[in-house]
Design a protein around this ligand. Structure first.
Ligand SMILES: Nc1ncnc2c1ncn2[C@@H]1O[C@H](COP(=O)(O)OP(=O)(O)OP(=O)(O)O)[C@@H](O)[C@H]1O
Ligand SMILES: [Mg+2]
Length: 277
């Protein structure tokens, strides 16, 4: 079956940079633009999509993998936000690191479900664990979320380096979050870009930036999504701009996506996406 579904992994070297809030709000923005979206919580150690949304799903990715629930029953439709989530459990020690057989089981159980969406976002845990790398390698597009802090830059470089050496991945988008200004965001991206070009001979692409915005922390405390809590705030506007950019990228990738699976079993030899060509 030819696919038009774009899978997008959100990654970061350092924790707490904003991946979960960004993926939630991008899914919301794309729904508002007329698309059908799924957000998968792939942070199997410290899943927290449910907490951010103030929901208590009965089944989750781990219970489905353990055969205690059907994958279709794990899907949770969010209203009025308008998209689906696949929640995961937090603190289930036997499933924080995904083994290759579990990965293949997950892929086969998800296969029929994922084609129904325009966008599938993977909110992946921070760091460079094997599970992080597996999920990152399965997606068609990778967005590395960084902040202007020096530790975020060094940790994201380490993440890109390990994904490049393990899976041969060369295509990375960079989103600078919590930036004071567009200029600061661009300067942070430039540092990462220069380091990657010099040491890894690869060139990440600048996807955009999201300004630091006190409304975001307020929205989190109210267990609401920023786009609904404060749609006119600076960070909301930035997220809408990024969602539109992702829409354009997907349209330019449709021919490349068609023969692929929505999530591909990771292989050591990766191809360039058309957006990177
Ligand atoms: N643009 C922003 N402006 C202000 N605060 C922000 C912004 N983005 C994120 N934050 C703050 O950072 C916190 C952490 O965000 P989030 O949980 O989305 O990060 P994460 O990368 O998913 O973390 P983890 O690595 O633990 O999964 C938020 O609760 C919020 O307080
Ligand atoms: Mg998170």
């Amino acid at each position: 079956m030819a696919t038009t579904t774009l899978s997008v992994a959100l990654l970061s070297g350092k924790g707490g940079v904003g991946k979960t809030n960004i993926s939630l709000n991008l899914a919301c923005a794309l729904y508002q633009n007329g698309y059908k979206n799924l957000l998968m919580d792939c942070d199997l150690g410290l899943a927290n999509l449910d907490v951010l949304l103030g929901i208590t799903p009965e089944a989750n990715l781990q219970t489905a993998l353990l055969g205690q629930a059907e994958m279709a029953d794990v899907l949770y439709h969010l209203e009025p936000q308008g998209f689906d989530i696949l929640p995961a459990a937090s603190g289930v020690p036997e499933l924080t690191e995904i083994r290759p057989d579990e990965r293949d089981l997950l892929l086969s159980r998800l296969e029929g479900i994922l084609h129904g969406y325009d966008y599938v976002f993977l909110d992946i845990g921070a760091g460079i664990s094997g599970t992080v790398q597996t999920f990152a390698a399965m997606a068609a597009m990778r967005i590395v979320v960084i902040t202007p802090e020096p530790t975020s830059l060094t940790d994201s470089y380490a993440l890109i380096k390990v994904l490049n050496s393990t899976y041969g991945l060369r295509d990375f988008m960079v989103l600078v979050n919590q930036a004071a200004s567009a200029a600061e965001a661009k300067a942070s991206f430039d540092k990462l870009h220069t380091t990657c070009r010099h040491f890894l001979h690869l060139e990440p692409m600048f996807l955009g930036h999201v300004r630091s915005d006190s409304k975001l922390a307020e929205a989190v405390c109210h267990q609401q999504m920023l786009l609904r809590y404060a749609p006119g705030s600076p960070a909301s506007k930035d997220l809408q701009t990024i969602a539109t950019k992702i829409q354009r990228l997907r349209l330019s990738m449709l021919d490349w996506l068609a023969p692929r699976r929505v999530l591909q079993p990771p292989s050591a030899i990766a191809e360039k996406t058309p957006s990177q060509a």
